[in-house]
Design a protein around this ligand. Structure first.
Ligand code: CP3
Length: 360
């Protein structure tokens, strides 16, 4: 080892991938870029494989095809990271809950009615049932270009619990909130079970080849502060603690969508290496209050990718200007929309990569 490595073991190695360098505390210019939901229906080649696979879940559990659709956006656009093709709802599925995807309606689950239904969930067989997901990661590790980082992921306990209780997507989360407010101990048991399952699942993803993990708390923005802290922040922190206890070097990105000013609490208290910013987070505020503490990722409005052209360019430039001075990963503020023209994604890539090296 060189002298520098011996002086500071946490310094990134010279050959380390660009996304990993940012997560270990360096600024990169141009910033690394990937997009949430970058594999999916906006790509014709995805629709072809999806039709061949059968159902969406069949695709998630088919390692060859899941590997193929993960690689499609890498081949087309050359993103700095590939995100495992799977879904946050494979955890309830592996716990034994009925899950299916209805065309045009999204995910459907046989809803949990209360703490009495927890006995039917079996956390002991998750790793066995999710073997195809680990096999996909193994295939990806062998097939990805040397410069591309492999991201594994899971949903955060609250977001996953909301689907388990509502039986699918929801507007108001009233069943979940009614349960949490009327029976907090019972609800805490469900969240605790999901912390356990999710931490074990993420650790197994690292062992199967994931180099970075992202935790999606897509619905964290619906709670008052005390409940946000109890049902979103604390479970995120416990998962990060468990994963880091097993794999101290693995960087973790947390996406507490809609957390508003509580993004600061997440930056200070969860122990994540990076936060993914939703579209509403003000850039100057993030640069001042978040970026000194963690790397930030985001936050182009996915709707701008429907429009493209000058409107898209101006928004991209504004983000690069305001967040590009610090530790930054370019991404969207939420998942890409299925109506996005792929040419607009190509234009985004060109614009971000055209940022040349400038000193901080
Ligand atoms: O490319 C990637 O980002 C990796 C794959 C990925 C999917 N879902 C594939 C998918 C990831 C990371 C997810 C995460 C996910 N899934 C979240 C968290 C992120 C977010 O968007 O907030 C949530 C809430 C889910 C649950 C889920 N899965 C919903 C609500 C839906 C229906 C929405 C829709 O667009 O139809 C899904 C289905 C789903 N997950 C699709 C894909 C590509 C579309 C299914 C299809 O091809 O028919």
């Amino acid at each position: 080892p060189s002298d520098t490595q011996m002086l500071d073991a946490s310094l990134p190695a010279a050959d380390e991938k660009r996304l990993l360098r940012v997560l270990r505390g360096e600024r990169q210019q141009p910033p690394p870029i990937w997009l949430m939901r970058q594999a999916g229906r906006y790509l014709a080649e995805y629709r072809t494989v999806r039709a061949e696979a059968g159902s969406f879940l069949d695709l998630c559990y088919n390692p060859e095809l899941a590997c193929e659709v993960t690689l499609q956006p890498i081949r087309r656009f050359g993103f700095d990271a590939a995100i495992l093709f799977s879904d946050i709802l494979v955890i309830p599925h592996a716990l034994g809950q009925k899950l299916w995807f209805e065309e045009g309606r999204g995910p459907r689950l046989e809803p949990l009615q209360g703490a009495g239904d927890l006995a039917a969930l079996d956390p002991g067989r998750i790793e066995e049932r999710l073997q195809p997901v680990f096999a996909t990661l193994g295939l990806l590790q062998k097939s990805l270009p040397a410069e591309t980082t492999l991201i594994g992921f899971a949903g955060a306990p609250w977001t996953v619990a909301s689907y388990m209780i509502e039986g699918g997507s929801s507007r108001d989360f009233l069943k979940s909130k009614r349960w949490a407010y009327s029976d907090p101990e019972g609800f805490a048991r469900l969240i605790g079970l999901l912390v356990e399952a999710t931490a074990g699942y993420l650790i197994a993803q690292v062992e199967a080849g994931a180099e970075v993990l992202q935790i999606f708390d897509s619905w964290s923005g619906v709670w008052p502060e005390p409940e946000f802290r109890r049902w979103c922040l604390a479970p995120q922190r416990e998962i990060v603690r468990r994963v880091k206890a097993a794999h101290p070097q693995v960087p973790i990105i947390v996406f507490p969508r809609g957390a508003g000013p509580l993004y600061v609490a997440v930056a200070e208290e969860v122990g994540a290496d990076a936060l993914s910013l939703d579209t509403t987070v003000p850039l100057d505020w993030a640069a001042r209050h978040l970026q000194p503490k963690v790397a930030v990722q985001g936050n182009l409005d996915p709707a701008l990718l429907l429009v493209g052209g000058a409107a898209q360019d101006a928004a991209v430039d504004r983000i690069l200007k305001q967040l590009g001075q610090g530790r930054f990963i370019f991404n969207l503020g939420h998942g890409i929309d299925k109506h996005t023209p792929p040419e607009h994604v190509a234009r985004l890539m060109e614009r971000v990569r055209a940022q040349h090296s400038t000193p901080v």
